[in-house]
Design a protein around this ligand. Structure first.
Ligand SMILES: *Cc1c(COP(=O)(O)O)cnc(C)c1O
Length: 223
């Protein structure tokens, strides 16, 4: 399927989810996750009108970045980021979606001289296999991160568990929104925390209904 066809379908589903939840579709950023596909398919994605691209591995990211750096694209790093690789990507990304430990914040701070917008990844469901902070750790983490002046907490990110049970998924997204609201309420200048990065091909409509501002779509868009 052409990316443009997939995108039209996704956009109409986004619109329907926005209607159901009284939201504006302009408030939803679609991040096209190109980690599975070639440069050619990525180019097709950009030409279809996607302005935000996400990659989850250093090599794939650098490959796409080098190819398309002159295009009008925002770059999102969505995968777990090894501390020793920070220096290779941090001056190239617009947003990091996977801040999950203090040592990573420290390294980001050290390797760049401007503020970088980061999402803190939260392991809402508490599954052992998942990356992310436990929700009980979140508030202290945010207080502690103030010392790293180049790390700005733009929002929270999560991945829902792999399940057919829609209510379980919905509860995870809802909980992330409540955590976001609680952080925002604290009014830290280093943590405006306006955004919610949640929702992938299987669950983005639920995520939108629960307040997602950034959805990360791979398979449905480019697959
Ligand atoms: C691969 C990936 C996605 C996209 O997943 P799809 O199910 O293909 O839409 C989103 N977020 C993260 C963190 C990913 O690694």
């Amino acid at each position: 399927m052409e990316v443009a066809t997939n995108l039209a379908n996704i956009r109409s589903r986004i619109e329907a989810a926005c209607d159901r939840s009284n939201r504006n579709k302009e408030d939803i950023v679609i991040i096209g996750v190109t980690k599975y596909v070639t440069i050619e398919r990525t180019e097709e994605t950009i030409n279809a009108g996607i302005k935000n691209l996400g990659e989850n591995r250093l090599e794939g990211f650098l490959d796409k970045y080098q190819h398309f750096q002159d295009e009008d694209v925002c770059w999102h790093f969505i995968g777990s980021l090894q501390t020793r690789k920070v220096k290779d990507v941090i001056d190239k990304v617009d947003m990091v979606h996977s801040l999950d430990r203090m040592s990573l914040a420290k390294e980001i701070n050290k390797r760049i001289d401007r503020p970088v917008d980061c999402f803190i990844q939260v392991n809402v469901s508490g599954e052992e296999s998942k990356h992310g902070l436990m929700k009980e750790e979140l508030m202290q983490f945010i207080a502690d991160i103030r010392q790293y002046e180049h790390v700005r907490i733009a929002g929270l990110m999560t991945m829902a568990p792999l399940t057919e049970n829609e209510q379980v998924i919905r509860n995870v997204f809802r909980e992330l929104r409540e955590l976001r609201d609680a952080v925002k309420e604290q009014g830290h200048s280093h943590a405006p925390c306006r955004f919610l990065s949640m929702g992938m091909s299987n669950d983005y409509e639920i995520a939108i209904e629960e307040g997602a501002t950034h959805i990360r779509i791979g398979t449905d868009l480019v697959g």
